[in-house]
Write a protein that binds this ligand. Structure first.
Ligand SMILES: C[S@@+](CC[C@H](N)C(=O)[O-])C[C@H]1O[C@@H](n2cnc3c(N)ncnc32)[C@H](O)[C@@H]1O
Length: 296
């Protein structure tokens, strides 16, 4: 399949998000928004220090939650929201955002590459940087950001959803004849250190850096499977194997039942990074982070 180019592409991932777009906020953001809010609040403090009207790029914006949150906190700016999923953008459009918001249906890396240099003051990328090679995205962001521009990112680590990570290879083996395309594992960072390294290598300094976990508990295995299939967390993996097919859903339910698993755990890292500040500032942020470490 690899040799024939039968691999899961960006457009397949966007199609997976189209499927969950109507319920994404109910299943995912209803709980996870608190982590978006935390990163956005860190950013808001820094935006308030700036005098001029900011131009903000919400990369892989999804249903527009982050922009809506910033607007609700009085951050008046020119907002550009980019997402490859038409379904997610449609939901964002239905939120009645004002005229300072423009929606763009495009792949994030293609959008960045076509963007002039030093154009935005701020780039936000929440739960999505892994859908393109992160270092390429970060290098492009560094180029399109103005001097002292900020980048705020939250992303799952590679050990996220450990319960599903153990099950997926078994599903691949049981259902190998139904596989139509191969999915490469997403390039989620191992930990804060690797995550921060992506940014410092691209010329950013670290303003804020931390990690966190969020556990979801379910009444029964069926609800857990419904959750996993409704948040977008398995986008792309559900193209390699149709995880919504009855037989596969039954296999998932029976595995979770047999192993007494009734939780799903999201693990993640986040940070705010500044273009072109001194190395000393980065060292101070890392030192502060070590002193004030906490887990969500
Ligand atoms: C988990 S959602 C996050 C949405 C939003 N940032 C949030 O915080 O709720 C991931 C988003 O990334 C989008 N996405 C995936 N691959 C993309 C790509 N290559 N270019 C642009 N958007 C992409 C998906 O369509 C989806 O809306």
């Amino acid at each position: 399949m690899l040799l024939k180019g039968k691999t899961v592409k960006n457009t397949d991932i966007a199609a997976s998000y189209d499927k969950v777009s109507k319920n994404y906020e109910r299943y995912y953001l209803d709980t996870m928004h608190r982590h978006n809010d935390r990163v956005l609040n860190l950013l808001i403090n820094k935006i308030r220090e700036k005098q001029d009207k900011q131009s903000i790029l919400d990369l892989a914006c999804g249903t527009g939650y982050n922009t809506k949150y910033l607007l609700s906190r009085g951050i008046e700016a020119d907002y550009t929201l980019v997402d490859l999923s038409k379904g997610m953008l449609e939901v964002a459009g239905e939120r009645g955002m004002d005229s300072s918001v423009s929606l763009v249906n495009k792949d994030m890396l293609s959008f960045l590459k076509e963007c002039p240099g030093e154009y935005f003051d701020i780039v936000i990328c929440m739960w999505a940087i892994k859908y393109q090679p992160p270092q390429k995205v970060i290098l492009e962001c560094e180029r399109v950001l103005k001097k002292n521009g900020l980048m705020a990112v939250i992303v799952n680590t590679c050990d996220t959803l450990p319960q599903m990570r153990r099950l997926y290879p078994k599903l691949v083996v049981y259902n190998r004849r139904s596989i139509k395309k191969v999915m490469f594992d997403l390039p989620n960072p191992k930990n804060k250190k690797e995550f921060a390294g992506w940014f410092t290598k691209a010329g950013f300094c670290i303003d804020e850096l931390d990690d966190g976990r969020q556990i979801f508990c379910f009444k029964n295995a069926k609800r857990l499977v419904e959750f996993l299939n409704s948040t977008g967390a398995l986008a792309g993996y559900d193209t390699m194997l149709d995880l919504r097919a009855d037989t596969i859903q039954r296999q998932m339910v029976s595995y979770f039942k047999k192993n007494n698993i009734l939780i799903a755990e999201h693990r993640f890292v986040f940070g705010v990074f500044e273009k072109g500040k001194s190395r000393e500032a980065t060292c101070n942020a890392v030192k502060n982070d070590r002193q004030q470490r906490y887990t969500l």
